[in-house]
Design a protein around this ligand. Sequence first.
Ligand code: URA
Ligand code: SF4
Length: 190
Amino acid sequence: MGLEEISAQVKACEKCQLCKSRTNAVPGEGSPHAKIMLVGEAPGENEDLQGRPFVGRAGQLLNEMLAEIGLRRENVFITNIVKCRPPGNRDPLPEEKAICSPYLDMQIECIQPKIIVCLGRHSAEYLFTRYGIEFPGITLARGKPYKVDSLFGHFTLFPVYHPAATIYNQQLRPVLRADFQKLQKLVSNV
Ligand code: URA
Ligand code: SF4
């Protein structure tokens, strides 16, 4: 299945209760040939309204961080574990993650990226578990590359703090920025 087809399925999806409260599903966007994928948690209010990932305040920050290391959104692929907004921005429930994550798995298999940046704890926990790596928690894992051997070849998981976390806790901002500098080095080697 191609990326377009996956997007179409997501937009029409009614597999979990989040379909009832969403305005728009948010399949994700970017280059089908991206070497780098960035995976967040779930759409927020702005994302739900526009049907696009990371377009609110966290998205602005993400754009800045990407620009600082010479990346453009058009050259990466940005998506989330869960494709519809949980009401009131609550955390997605375990069953919502379980039901929705096959879309992410298919997107990854389609794009076959060299690096997957896990934006925040939820994303990192899901992707580590999915690829058989024990997740030591975001504080320990962040800023370190983890090699994965998958059916389509090797890639690297690179967890960082969620950009939104650095809005609530400004002290995390320089940590996120430094991790993006490390990401730049990883990117230059793939
Ligand atoms: N936070 C996320 O995790 N994903 C988005 O798309 C926007 C904010
Ligand atoms: Fe379907 Fe995922 Fe949206 Fe649930 S969150 S309705 S599984 S696309």
